[in-house]
Each structure stands twice: as structure tokens, then as C-alpha cells.
Design a protein. Structure first.
Length: 265
């Protein structure tokens, strides 16, 4: 296990084999996200993404009680008390979400307990969400009087559709794991959420990294996700796949009836 230096003890980052982990480590506050935590996410994501052996990045909350109960509302009096302050605070949020969306590896949110507000926005910025059955989801801006950032709204609509997004935002209703799965907010529900996450990481790690990167970027373009690649970039990534050693390895493995060994080159 290789630990990464973090500017705040409330975020931990480490690499374990082909899986990198970003841990929200503030369990005494249900992992509520402070401004320092938002600010630290981009550099930590870039650090994890830079490891050659990493095939997937997982984000989780410490303690089992919450993935993240949202942004730390106790900071709002100073950090988000008017439109100008809110804009600066949301720039921190936006940079964190962009770092997750733009990672070169697939990202997974492993969700236990509360996943509310800004915590759910972090999970929505990930490619895949796996949740425990007793997880709790909600978007409460209508109960706070604040405006939800447009980039986050695009993530939400791309995941659950316009009708469900409207209902979640207008009502601020809480959803359990079963309902979140039913509407497509999460990909999988598992009593052993850690085990299920490990299995999915292994499945992803067995694939060709360049193919997965092309698929992530192309799907982002098709879905209209924030910061998506353009068609020229998608074409460049497709050419890289067909020119890669992994493509030759995939063909050879198929012909020889064995599992391929991909290197990302």
C-alpha cells in the first residue's frame, strides 16, 4: 500500500495494487465536506491518477455511517453568505468535481450511510456508484434556499433523467438504497458493499485501459456531461486503441483462447 501526502487529515489517499482510494475521513461529522477538503481533492485525484499501475479509483467515506453528509453547513455563514461568496465556494466544488470527471481512470463511489447534497454530487461525478441497502440519498437545496450548480445538474439529469431530477430537487425527499437503484441513481446495491466494489475493480482492471478511456470520454460526449471531450479527441483516442500493443494482445489472446494481459500501451 502506497500512501499519498494529503494537505488535510480529513482526506486520505493511497494506492493498493491496481486500485487507488480517496477516503473522506471526517467520521465525527459524517464526513461533511469542509472548504479545505474541497480544495484538496483535485491534487489528490491527480496524484492517484498518475500511478502507472492504477486501473480504477474508488472514493468512500470513513466510519460506515456516511459517504458524505454534504457540504459543511457550519461554514456557510462566512463562506457562502451571499452571491459573491457562494460563487467562490462553488469554484472549489467545481474544481473537485472536474478532477473526478477528468481522471484518466474509471471512478467508483462506494456508498455507505448518508450520501446527501455535496456528497451525492461527488458520487454523481464518479462513473459508477455502488451502495449498501441502508444508504440514504437526498439533494436538499430547496430546504436551504441555495442554488444547485448547473454542472451538478447535468450530472444528475444524465444519471436519472429530467423527471426524476426535478422530483429530487423540488421535494428534497430522501431515498433509500432500493429506490436509488430503481431510478438508476446507483448502479449496484450490495449488503457487502466493500466486497462488491472489490469485484468490480477486478473486472475493470482486467480490461484494456485505452479502450476504457475511449469509452469514458465518448460516453461523456454522448451524454453531454460537464467538461466532456470533443469529437476530435474521441477520434484520437480511438486511433490510439487500434494502434496499441493491447489491441495486438487482445487479438492474439482471442486466437490462443487465453486471457489477455493488457498494459495500457
Amino acid at each position: 500500500m502506497i500512501a499519498q501526502s494529503s494537505p488535510t487529515p480529513c482526506l486520505q489517499a493511497f494506492v493498493d495494487g491496481s486500485t487507488a482510494w480517496l477516503v473522506l475521513n471526517r467520521p465525527e461529522r459524517r464526513n461533511a465536506l469542509s472548504a479545505d477538503m474541497w480544495a484538496a481533492i483535485p491534487a489528490l485525484m491527480n496524484s492517484l491518477d498518475g500511478h502507472a499501475d492504477v486501473k480504477v479509483i474508488v472514493m468512500r467515506g470513513e466510519g460506515g455511517e456516511a459517504f458524505a453528509a454534504g457540504a459543511d453547513i457550519s461554514e456557510f455563514g462566512a463562506a457562502r453568505n451571499d452571491a459573491a461568496a457562494a460563487s467562490a465556494y462553488e469554484a472549489l466544488n467545481g474544481a473537485a468535481f472536474a478532477a473526478i470527471r477528468n481522471a484518466g481512470r474509471p471512478t467508483i463511489a462506494m456508498i455507505e450511510g448518508f450520501c446527501i447534497g455535496g456528497g451525492l454530487a461527488l458520487a454523481l461525478a464518479c462513473d459508477i456508484r455502488i451502495a449498501a441497502p441502508d444508504a440514504v440519498f437526498a439533494l436538499p437545496p430547496a430546504r436551504l434556499g441555495l442554488a444547485y450548480p448547473p454542472a451538478g445538474l447535468r450530472d444528475l439529469v444524465a444519471t436519472v433523467g429530467l423527471a426524476r431530477a426535478r422530483e429530487m430537487l423540488f421535494t428534497a425527499a430522501r431515498l433509500d438504497g432500493a429506490e436509488a437503484f430503481r431510478i438508476g441513481l446507483v448502479n449496484r446495491i450490495a449488503a457487502d458493499v466493500a466486497g462488491e466494489t472489490a469485484r468490480l475493480c477486478a473486472e475493470i482492471a482486467a480490461g484494456a485501459p485505452l479502450t476504457i478511456l475511449h469509452a469514458r470520454r465518448a460516453l461523456g460526449l454522448i451524454a453531454g456531461l460537464p467538461g466532456h471531450a470533443d469529437e476530435e479527441e474521441i477520434e484520437r483516442l480511438a486511433r490510439a486503441c487500434f494502434d496499441s500493443a493491447d489491441y495486438a494482445e487482445g487479438r492474439a489472446a482471442f486466437a490462443e483462447k487465453r486471457k489477455p494481459k493488457f498494459t495500457g500501451r
